[in-house]
Design a protein around this ligand. Structure first.
Ligand SMILES: NC(=O)c1ccc[n+]([C@@H]2O[C@H](COP(=O)([O-])OP(=O)(O)OC[C@H]3O[C@@H](n4cnc5c(N)ncnc54)[C@H](OP(=O)(O)O)[C@@H]3O)[C@@H](O)[C@H]2O)c1
Length: 308
């Protein structure tokens, strides 16, 4: 533990990304605090995780995004806050922002985003407010003049990659593959543990103050055609490819009820509109891979090896 490093509070610490943030925070020598909801303390599925937090020196604080006094108490004990609650709770961060403002001690806040950049996506009016809510939180943070870093990590590897972007499926295809659009638009996939390592690295870094941190690690920016080729060489077999046009995908989105159509909407955003890669990072933020070359990230190819 290094005294000059920020004390970090993780909210959503028992979640899939949250637990990686806690681990990275501890690994990088920060005094680490986790805000845990009261019922979670007696959840048998989470007891081992909470025990491992305690064993690793993490301070567990009882509280919730919906309980102002618990937020204020927790925020006053730290220098930085990272929130990783699921997207359906994004607007619940408003109370947290109020607590951060009142406490006045927070040097960095990283709100729950961890996806494509909500200010850059080109699918407004078709995502049921998914990105609009994240953008609303950005505007509130800016208005309240809370020091921030927004992390645009693009896709977590557990999303879409295990199926090679085949909707409604959990394992990779062995015979036939649907490819959306011409298959050349590039997407970005990053493993949770690497997203966490980049995120925690920004906290005491003045270069990332009030900036957007983009993650596009080498070996993790791939098109569907490249994914198909990579997978074919790993399984030693050519796949039958079915190209799905933009019009066809849009029609399927229209014909599928919400929320089942959200997966297709993300596919449209990423593989047709190119929302991960259509803009240059230099024009709007910082490149996490350039700032933190020490993070030895897991590449798409290495991840595909785990699916064989
Ligand atoms: N880019 C992508 O591909 C992608 C995919 C999925 C998620 N994400 C992003 O990753 C982040 C985390 O998602 P996740 O899938 O890791 O979440 P998750 O596994 O569902 O975990 C949610 C966490 O939030 C906590 N939580 C929920 N409501 C809360 C409240 N009111 N107060 C305090 N804690 C609360 C839960 O605590 P309990 O243990 O008490 O339930 C749990 O620790 C989000 O920013 C999400 O948008 C990105």
């Amino acid at each position: 533990m290094e005294e000059d490093k920020s004390r970090i509070l993780v909210i959503g610490a028992t979640g899939r990304l949250g637990r990686e943030l806690v681990k990275s925070s501890v690994d990088l020598g920060h005094r680490t605090f986790a805000l845990i909801r009261e019922p979670t303390f007696s959840d048998p599925n989470k007891s081992q995780l909470l025990q491992s937090f305690s064993l690793n020196g993490v301070t567990l604080l009882k509280g919730s995004l919906n309980d102002y006094s618990s937020l204020l108490d927790a925020v006053k004990r730290v220098d930085a806050v990272v929130c990783a609650v699921p997207s359906k709770h994004v607007l619940d961060q408003k109370l947290l922002i109020q607590a951060i403002k009142e406490a006045g001690c927070i040097k960095r806040f990283i709100p729950s985003e961890f996806g494509a950049d909500p200010d850059k996506v080109q699918i407004c009016n078709m995502d049921y407010g998914f990105y609009e809510k994240k953008a609303e939180i950005r505007r509130l943070i800016e208005t309240e003049q809370i020091p921030y870093t927004f992390v645009s990590c693009n896709l977590l590897m557990r999303i879409l990659l295990p199926s090679l972007v085949q909707p409604g499926v959990n394992s990779p295809p062995r015979d036939k593959l649907q490819i959306f659009g011409d298959g050349n638009t590039k997407a970005v996939f990053v493993k949770e543990c690497d997203v966490a390592a980049y995120t925690i690295s920004t906290i005491d870094d003045s270069r990332t103050l009030n900036k957007v941190l983009y993650l596009r690690p080498p070996g993790n920016v791939v098109s569907m055609n490249e994914l198909a080729e990579m997978w074919e060489s790993k399984i030693g077999k050519k796949l039958e490819k079915v190209y799905i046009s933009e019009q066809h995908l849009l029609k399927t989105i229209q014909d599928t009820a919400y929320p089942s159509n959200m997966e297709l909407i993300f596919i449209y955003s990423i593989f047709i509109k190119g929302d991960h890669t259509y803009f240059s990072i230099e024009s709007c933020g910082l490149d996490g891979t350039e700032l933190y070359p020490h993070v030895k990230h897991i590449t798409v190819s290495k991840f595909l090896d785990t699916l064989l």
